[in-house]
Design a protein. Structure first.
Length: 81
């Protein structure tokens, strides 16, 4: 019985995305990037994405500099010991 229940639950939850997307109406599907561009909303999306990507890039550069500095300090410490 437990095996049947687990199979049923696996089948049910594997179909969950289909049930969720079947609720979208045709009017919601036709809202495309063209509509966003004509409303000016695409520029907001692009700006937010660019801000996030620039933030990630700056974080990685800063992290790389810190790691490089720590590696140099560890190398100097090993030479003096």
């Amino acid at each position: 019985m437990d095996r049947r229940l687990s199979r049923f639950l696996i089948l049910l939850f594997s179909q969950w995305p289909i049930f969720a997307f079947s609720q979208v109406t045709d009017a919601e599907r036709k809202y495309t990037a063209f509509d966003m561009r004509s409303n000016g909303k695409i520029y907001v999306v692009v700006t937010v994405v660019l801000i996030i990507l620039i933030g990630l890039l700056l974080y990685l550069i800063r992290l790389d500099r810190k790691i490089t500095r720590l590696e140099k300090e560890a190398g100097d410490h090993e030479k003096h010991s």
